[in-house]
Ligand binder design. Structure first.
Ligand code: AMP
Length: 291
């Protein structure tokens, strides 16, 4: 594996099909799953490693975001990543240009995090243009982000195939996030209510319930220790709220637990006219986050 700092140095190492895994580092098994999947399909696997200041609304959140380059280099190397792209901010931050994916960015996460998806779309556009991957891997954990990026690629004709990976969860169901290391022991039980609520509603959806507000209420009933910022059934395509579950959807929420803002969702896919929930995958053992 080569550690590179510039787009040119990254491209100089390519052979064959290039798969990119964009990340902000402090790896967990969710990131590693994207790398493993990329490794199976691509001749050259590139991992980008950049804590994107543009996507942080809250400066304190950016400040305490966990970072450890040495640890991440070891983990990426053990996944047989070819190119580890860790750019300086000067390589990554455009001075005057931004990318705004309207409407999709304004829903759900949008109101609570002004500028968040603009920051994400701008940096992902820059990565796509500068690194020119054929394939790019994203997690379903960030379902709205996935919709934003897919739409950006369609609208701006980026020649990149976007591939989505199921959410990787801790053994107790909590969606893996680098921020989970910031949870205190007493935050664990309230945090667990989030995935339990979503999974309960997903079960009811699979059993035939199609009413959006009913599904949202079923999830809400389980979540008693925190008040979610939002909890909505939305279209996978554009994150618009769905009153009726009649297309590929996701039930998503954001909630503050202790000092940490967590997001989670369960995708409700349409398979042969049936709703099938993507519950993600669960680790069999404690995450490497806590090692
Ligand atoms: P991040 O470093 O948090 O920006 O995440 C980098 C990529 O990993 C994004 O595409 C995320 O959606 C994905 N990701 C983060 N957490 C998970 C998870 N628990 N399961 C699957 N993918 C994830």
């Amino acid at each position: 594996m080569e550690l590179v700092r510039t787009f040119a140095d990254s491209q100089a190492l390519y052979r064959g099909l290039v798969g990119l895994v964009p990340t902000m580092g402090f790896f967990h098994e969710g990131h590693l799953a994207l790398m493993k999947t990329a490794r199976l399909a691509a001749d050259t696997v590139v991992v980008s490693h950049f804590v994107n200041p543009l996507q942080f609304h809250d400066p304190a959140d950016l400040e305490r975001y966990p970072r450890n380059l040495e640890r991440d280099l070891d983990l990426a190397a053990s996944e047989e990543v070819d190119v580890f792209f860790a750019p300086a901010a000067t390589e990554m931050l455009p001075a005057l240009t931004t990318v705004v994916v309207r409407e999709i960015s304004e829903r759900m996460e949008g109101p609570g995090r002004p500028g968040h998806f603009e920051g994400v779309a701008t940096i992902v556009a820059k990565l796509f243009a500068g690194l020119q991957p054929h394939l790019a891997y994203f997690g379903r954990k960030d379902a709205q982000q996935l919709a934003v990026i897919r739409r950006m690629c369609t609208d701006l004709s980026f020649p990149v195939r976007i591939l989505a990976h199921p959410t990787v969860r801790e053994p107790d169901g909590l969606a893996l996030s680098s921020r989970n290391v910031l949870l205190r022991p007493e935050d664990r039980a309230p945090a667990l209510e989030l995935s339990r609520g979503l999974l309960k509603a997903a079960e009811v959806a699979e059993a035939g319930e199609r009413d959006g507000p009913t599904l949202e209420a079923i999830a809400r009933e389980v979540i008693t220790s925190t008040e979610p910022e939002y909890l909505e059934l939305a279209s996978q395509e554009n994150a618009a709220r769905l009153v009726e579950l009649n297309r590929p959807a996701f039930l998503a929420l954001a909630a503050k637990v202790g000092n940490v803002r967590l997001i989670d969702n369960v995708a409700l896919d349409l398979v042969g006219g049936q709703i099938v929930a993507d519950r993600g995958v669960r680790l069999a053992q404690t995450s490497l986050l806590y090692r």
